[in-house]
Design a protein around this ligand. Structure first.
Ligand code: FHN
Length: 434
């Protein structure tokens, strides 16, 4: 048992490793409310792996040993990287926050780190810190910046005992787990003290060693101490743990589990769902399976109806440019939000839970009925509020409605075939408002 503990194996599930959470300070509660209002974030998977155009797991998938991958890292030189251009694409899409990979599972740091020489400034000819440039541009544009930080590491010698992955990395079968945890805390301190106020930290990779002692309480406490308004968003696929601020789901709406690794337990924290625009997170040169702008609008709407944010991903190319297919779809989202954003940004899911025909979102006395799939002119909703008026959001055409004690029926105008979402705006009489 003692041997196991010294090796950092802690046969106690993560949940039991954390003391009950202290009351959440006001500024973090305010940050959580801001996060819920934001509704749309841009996820960016970008790094050394982008050079091979086979996604961010190429080191693992092709069994590339550390030495060879280190050479690949030394060739990384994204000369066309332009933080202002990225932020402009995000702004035009109606994005309110960006979450970028500061360090993915390959262990390479996309920022200037004193805790590691294996970083973009020391190890590559590029020599610049893209996260610093992005942080400045985000601040200028009023977009909040989150850093994705991988707890899993296929490069670090102290990520030992190994977990489920990274077994072909060619590292010696030795290492000091707690020295690895110290390394992570040192890097997180750098990220939380050198890039200005952050939206938060988006963790990933704990699932590689689910029974390990990740010392979460210590790391979470440090983050909350260094930046009290920073949010902790863990992609551990478990129900929320003390000290965490957002529950994120991957490639699934909250509660669903088509991906096979998401918990179906929905807690009370703000919710988020991360989604690839094609089938890859990191740049994949042969992955042309891009979802249409229409599909992405409808996913954003379904996420908002489930009271969750959409964190939509792009995988920039090795030269630092974003694929035109992705820019085009982000532009389409922005065009749609220019008209319909009021029914998404700053809303909450409900009052009618998600349905096959669509979802509802609400803000104060206003309810937005998002009709996504409904062939018939009449739509009945179990809405017991007193509706004062009903109109189409686009164009303002009044929508005939009939109110009964058990609900409401709407007579819907024909929809344009390519209309991704017919939005009916209901104004509730204050007395009844939620
Ligand atoms: O392994 C990662 C993967 O590379 C990617 O970062 C996604 C994003 O949510 N998360 C992990 C898979 O669960």
């Amino acid at each position: 048992m003692l041997g196991l503990l010294r090796l950092g194996v802690y046969p106690v599930p993560a949940a039991a490793q954390l003391p009950p959470a202290d009351p959440v300070p006001a500024e973090r509660l305010a940050a959580r409310a801001w996060f819920r209002d934001a509704r749309l974030g841009l996820f960016i998977h970008w790094g050394v792996y982008s050079q091979l155009g086979q996604g961010e797991w190429v080191m693992q998938n092709r069994g590339i040993p550390v030495g060879t991958y280190e050479w690949l890292a030394s060739a990384f030189n994204p000369v066309k990287f332009d933080a202002r251009a990225w932020v402009a694409v995000a702004q035009a899409a109606g994005v309110r926050y960006i979450t970028i990979t500061a360090r993915h599972h390959d262990g390479f740091s996309m920022f200037a780190s004193d805790a590691a020489r294996y970083d973009i400034v020391d190890w590559t000819p590029f020599g610049r810190d893209p996260l610093r440039e992005l942080a400045e541009e985000c601040r200028r544009a009023g977009i909040r910046l989150f850093f994705y930080y991988s707890q899993l590491d296929w490069h670090h010698p102290d990520y030992f005992p190994r977990g489920r992955t990274g077994l072909a990395s060619g590292r010696p079968e030795t290492g000091d787990w707690y020295r690895y945890l110290d390394f992570m805390d040192a890097q997180l301190e750098e990220l939380l003290t050198r890039y200005g106020p952050l939206g938060g930290i988006w963790f990933d990779g704990m699932w590689d060693k689910p029974d390990a002692d990740w010392r979460l309480a210590r790391t979470y406490a440090m983050i909350h101490r260094l930046q009290p308004a920073a949010l902790i968003i863990p992609n551990h696929h478990l129900a929320p743990l003390p000290g965490e601020d957002v529950q994120t789901f991957e490639q699934d709406l909250p509660g669903a589990n088509t991906a096979g690794f998401n918990t179906t337990q929905i807690g009370t924290l703000p919710l988020e769902t991360s989604l690839t625009m094609n089938r890859s997170w990191g740049f994949n040169i042969t992955d042309t399976a891009f979802k249409s702008g229409r599909e992405l609008v409808r996913y954003l709407v379904r996420a908002a109806g489930a009271d969750a944010n959409l964190l939509l991903n792009v995988g920039p190319r090795p030269d630092g440019t974003i694929q035109p297919e992705a820019v085009e779809r982000l532009r389409e989202l922005g065009t749609w939000l220019a008209t319909y954003g009021t029914s998404i940004h700053g809303t909450r899911g409900g009052p009618v839970p998600p349905r096959d025909w669509g979802v509802t979102t609400q803000r104060g006395d206003t309810v937005f009925v998002h009709v996504l799939d409904w062939p018939d002119p009449m739509l009945a909703l179990p809405l017991d509020g007193r509706v004062r008026s009903a109109r189409m959001l686009a164009g303002g055409t009044p929508v005939p409605f009939h109110q009964t004690p058990i609900g409401l029926t709407l007579t819907l105008p024909d929809s344009a075939a390519d209309d991704p979402d017919r939005v009916v705006v209901l104004e509730l009489s204050r007395r009844q408002s939620r």
